[in-house]
Design a protein around this ligand. Structure first.
Ligand code: HEM
Length: 445
């Protein structure tokens, strides 16, 4: 049996490297970690409630999406005849194909959520001001990138869900003044969603966007380090610093393992959806956009597309100029700025929970501005007027918080931000669950 012992020895030697190799491997891993992080980090920055691990989870999901996406490319074919059968084959015959597709699909959806929550966390802890203002804008770019990633990926299975969501989504683009038609023509490569659209979406999804993501994330991470790390409250006494290895790395590994395990279990239990083959002659009823655009689609139910898109663009612009709008760094790192800021945030959220569904109901059931103001152009009665009323309402909330709570500018902005974010969540929920055939309001339960 000497050959067996020799083989076991060889295997043992291979699976457990000798001590000098192990220390070299550890040195390489440590080196990699210390390229991303400084050698020591302030103890308060390590508290889980500082970041909730949301930036790290988003980074992990981005890497996972690229890895699973590359594997999916081995079997996918961006042709309108072969894309659907290829995806069907992944679901039925290719070993682990369904799991791989499920992980890619759910990681993309989860990334949408974690990126938005990460942005909320950065806003809440005041991490968008001072030297971090540039990284806030870079982050916003990443948010738009993640949206575009999801949007371009949505079409690829070429099923009914994909075809009609993209038809509805790109249909909105033509309302963007001046450039909307050109962007739609560029994306679709023709007047409708067909072969050129599938090819263009595929090229963007697997070639251009990943490159921009890799460069964008590298710059984002580099800036986090350069700007002094995660935002922490000013310390009255000398703050203790802990070594990155093992303190930070152990925490990051723990969060990564829990996220990965949760995602794999979820993808095993709930496979990625695949409906019937796309059919341009049979629109589903209702035809809805992808879930992350349903908030904007819901706005379209209540105002002229130009007004709805202007409102969405104002929101994005408001976020982009936030570092100029609020430069007060005196409360840096303090969640919601102060006790008053916290109260302003809660009032903003409560107002959004009550007012948003109420306004949806009033507009749907009673108020018909275009009929009421019949002689006026619908661009004004159903566009400019609701747009100005909404912006006026937002200004009213800000002024109310300043007056009633005696909130500082920074604290009132917390209330305004929480109103807008919660209103967006409510509109999205209405679009997902409360819109049925012909987009009429329905009771889902
Ligand atoms: C794929 C998208 C993104 C990834 C992977 C990512 C990743 C990260 C990571 C790992 C950090 C270090 C702190 C932490 O773990 O939370 C961080 C910090 C930061 N991120 Fe992001 N981020 C993304 C998108 C965004 C967005 C949408 C914004 C805001 C609009 C943003 C703004 C910032 C800022 C200003 C910081 C530094 C301030 C602080 O941490 O207190 N990021 N990001």
């Amino acid at each position: 049996m000497s050959w067996l012992n020799a083989m076991i020895d060889r295997l043992r030697y291979r699976s457990v490297p000798p001590p000098e190799d192990r220390s070299r491997m550890r040195a390489v891993a440590n080196n990699l970690v210390l390229h991303l992080h400084p050698t020591r980090v302030p103890a308060p920055a390590l508290r889980f409630s500082r970041t909730w691990g949301l930036g790290g989870i988003s980074a992990l999901l981005s890497v996972l999406l690229i890895a699973t996406g590359v594997l999916l490319m081995f079997r996918y074919d961006a042709s309108i005849e072969r894309a659907y059968p290829a995806v069907q084959a992944m679901e039925t015959v290719i070993p682990f194909g369904s799991l791989l597709r499920g992980i890619h699909h759910w990681a993309g959806n989860l990334l949408m959520i974690t990126v938005v929550l990460h942005m909320v966390r950065v806003f809440a802890s005041g991490g968008f001001r001072g030297e971090r203002r540039m990284n806030w804008v870079v982050g916003l770019g990443m948010l738009v990138l993640v949206l575009t990633f999801n949007f371009t990926g949505y079409l690829l299975p070429w099923d009914q869900l994909a075809f009609w969501a993209i038809t509805v989504g790109t249909g909105l683009l033509i309302y963007v003044p001046l450039v909307g038609q050109a962007i739609s023509d560029f994306l679709l490569g023709g007047p409708e969603v067909a072969q050129s659209a599938l090819r263009n979406f595929y090229a963007l999804h697997v070639a251009l966007l990943p490159v921009v993501l890799i460069f964008g994330l590298s710059y984002h991470f580099w800036r986090v380090r350069k700007d002094g790390g995660v935002t922490i409250p000013p310390q009255s006494e000398q703050v203790t610093k802990l070594t990155t290895i093992p303190h930070l790395v152990t925490a990051e590994l723990g969060v990564a393992l829990i996220t990965l395990a949760g995602l794999v279990i979820f993808a095993m239990a709930v496979p990625a959806p695949l409906e019937a083959l796309a059919n341009a002659a049979h629109p589903p009823n209702p035809a809805k956009a992808a879930w992350y655009f349903l908030g904007v689609q819901e706005l379209l139910m209540h105002m002229h597309p130009l007004a709805a898109l202007s409102l969405a663009a104002s929101g994005l612009l408001g976020l982009a100029v936030l570092p100029l709008w609020d430069r007060d760094t005196s409360d840096e790192g303090v969640y919601f700025r102060s006790q008053t800021g916290r109260r302003a945030g809660m009032i903003g959220a409560a107002l959004a929970i009550v007012l948003t569904p109420l306004l949806v109901l009033v507009d749907e059931l009673w108020l018909d501005l275009p009929t009421l103001l019949a002689p006026i152009s619908t661009l004004i009665s159903n566009g400019l007027l609701p747009l100005l009323l909404t912006l006026g309402g937002l200004a009213g909330i800000y002024a109310g918080l300043r007056g009633a709570l005696r909130a500082r500018h920074s604290e009132a902005l917390v209330g305004l931000f929480s109103f807008v974010m919660v209103a967006l969540v409510v509109l999205t929920a209405v679009g997902i669950w409360f819109r049925g055939p012909n987009m009429a309001l329905v009771w889902p339960f």
